[in-house]
Design a protein. Structure first.
Length: 118
């Protein structure tokens, strides 16, 4: 398996929460920082959050800061995105991938759809 596999998306009302998961190969997880990106319909893919290899450093887009929390469990080759206080503008397909510096390197998985109703 090369591409990461995202899961945990769904339909939620505004103000609700979701927890996304990203499973990647052990080789990827033991080597790279990772990040979450999202793409809303008709828009370009945008950065959401990133986390260093050790998990000790995180960074967020201003639009999600204080609402979303990124984390990783290297023993499980899994990264998470806890999303609280969701708003309709968070509606998008969410993807995880390798991040080096501020650059997303791919590979890209199928993504997981998050839909927030008002």
């Amino acid at each position: 398996q090369v591409q990461p596999v995202e899961s945990g998306g769904g339909l939620v009302q505004a103000g609700g929460s979701l927890r996304l998961s990203c499973v990647a190969s052990g080789r990827i997880f033991s080597t790279y920082g990772m990040g979450w990106f999202r793409q809303a319909a008709g828009k370009e893919r945008e950065f959401v959050a990133r986390i260093s290899l050790s998990g000790g450093t995180t960074d967020y887009a201003d639009s999600v800061k204080g609402r979303f929390t990124i984390s990783r469990d290297n023993a499980k080759n899994t990264m998470y995105l806890q999303m609280n206080s969701l708003q309709p503008e968070d509606t998008a397909v969410y993807y995880c991938t390798i991040v080096v510096g501020s650059t997303a390197l791919g590979p890209w998985g199928q993504g997981t759809q998050v839909t927030v109703s008002s």
